[in-house]
Unconditional design. Sequence first.
Length: 244
Amino acid sequence: VNNGDRYTCVISNAAGNGTGDSVLYVNPIITKDPSDTEITYKDPTGGFICCEAEGFPTPSITWYQNGTVLTDMANVTELESKPYTRTSTVNFINAIFNDSGSYYCVATSAADNVVDARSDTAYVTVQAVPERPVDLMAIEIQSRFIVINWTEPHDNNAPISGYYIFVNDITIMHSSIETKYNITELSPYTNYTISVLAFNTIGNSSVSEEIVHQTLEDVPSPPRNFMNVSSNSTAISLTWDPPA
């Protein structure tokens, strides 16, 4: 028994023979469901999801995004990959955030009284580098440390992995999603220019606005190279270098 074969039924009695012809139609079935995929924002290499269906006659395939028929077919390619089988692919080239969502396909036959087939749902996620951190501020300033915090930026569908903190000409990697950091080992009564950026698996955000703060004054550190250079019964001569 093959799809599309024509079959003839012959009925006979004393009055003669009667014949009837029929074609075997086969309901569409989904033979390949689309799969979840993650795509980088505006990536020219893009990504794709694919659906395959078979039946007789060869079914047509309609895509749905978030429950609505996908009407923009510019990035949809189709081919009859083998007899009575259609493959449909949605290509995401230079994807934008509106391309994110749930997708499924429906296979439909041109024959009457044939049941449509629906695929499993796949989720497309368009990802990008995070937005830049905002509201950077110092919440505590002492002579040798400054505590800063900031507002977590939008991660653009790729969770934030951590932050880079820039303190004058020093870069600190903060491998945490916590939006607070204690900058230590600073010098008293010194100006520090501070900024922050976020990073995720896609890359780095732009840098936050800079803030400038001066650490507090502190007692001097001990004198250096303190020594006795001479002494007698009535006097001692001492020398030392200024504190660092």
